[in-house]
Design a protein around this ligand. Sequence first.
Ligand code: PMP
Length: 419
Amino acid sequence: VRTKLPGDALWNPQAHMPTAQAKRLVLTGGEGAWLESSTGQWLLDATASLWHANIGHGRARLADAAHHQMRKLETYHTFGRFANEPALHLADRLAAMGPVPGAKVMLTSGGSDSVDLACKLARRHWQLEGRPEKTTILSRVGAYHGLHAFGTSVAGLQYNRDGYGTSSLVPETARVATNDIAAVRRSVTEIGPENIAAIIAEPVIGTGGVIGPAEGYLQGLQDLCRSHDILFIADEVITGFGRTGHLFASHRWDIQPDMVTMAKGLTSGYAPLGGVLVSPRISERFFEGADAPIFRHGLTYSGHATACAIALANLDVIDEEGLVEEAGRLEDVLAKAVEPLRDHELVEEVRSGAGFMAGVHLHEGVNGDAIAEACTDAGVLIRVIHDNTLQICPPFVTTDAEVKLIAGTITQALDAYQY
Ligand code: PMP
């Protein structure tokens, strides 16, 4: 059986992927904020693929970095006594950039990996502290933290958590209120802080609908954690590396989490790579007490040399082109562009102003998928996320005119919509 090529008369892109993930378009190329489909159409990528193509598509420099590293040493694992150069350089750089003082960097293969590792680190920390009852991981209503065992269990979106036989895949998780610190305090008292290992929170909820933090909320979470010996995990898989106009959202909202999970923007999607910035008091003890401590954690591809070389080139591009500042500037451009949608009769709420991202929450009963389809027809790729919300999260190289084009295309699709 030979692989069919786009354009082959008999090629059926539905044939061998799950039916629920029906393919509408096959993308074959990309340049900046634009993507080319197999039919030769160019479309504006208004979601940076899955919140991650931050520096834009088609960057020869990252391809060159990958080529160069692969010709030298494609990879060597980093979890034992040996390592590779790009992984060590990347760890140095991330530790210096991040909001965790003296951070150790544990590299992974993506966001879900990073969340699972952070939750394990948190639980083990309290076991080693002689407080074995501190196991519960709190997350927030509406949160998305990936789909591995811990991520699935701490999901704040019911449909990610349900249906696997027990109330949660991993025992002892609970959800607290988003943006209501008094309610969180009450939940913590009810559960008993002596039972809580950590709170995990996305500074800006992404997949749950693009929901920024209420004034003082993240600070409030941090204070609550500090006063009750609860570890604070910031899930910066989306917000890390510039999305909020700061290197990390933790900088913008002035928090110092014990751990920060990263992925996506770390390589802008040019390689699957993630990591956790870990306070050294947690990371060093994690390996204590086993006969062969280094085997306690380590993934084949954590610290993959080629992925790390790509990440370093990505960070160079972000730095040299001032893309963090540019994302901060574009946040305002986007907020202005979507402002008129607040008055649209099909729109429930427009969420903007917490980074270069926005959510357009449609009224119940409006078919969001039909709106997304109409936008695709008009050449703008958007996505529908939780609760009938249109996701806007473009690459940082999007121009002001293109941002306006995204808002304009959504407006036209809404105007043309028929119930
Ligand atoms: N955490 C957050 C906040 C995310 O948005 C995502 C991915 N959308 C993940 C974790 C999981 O990352 P991945 O898909 O790379 O496993």
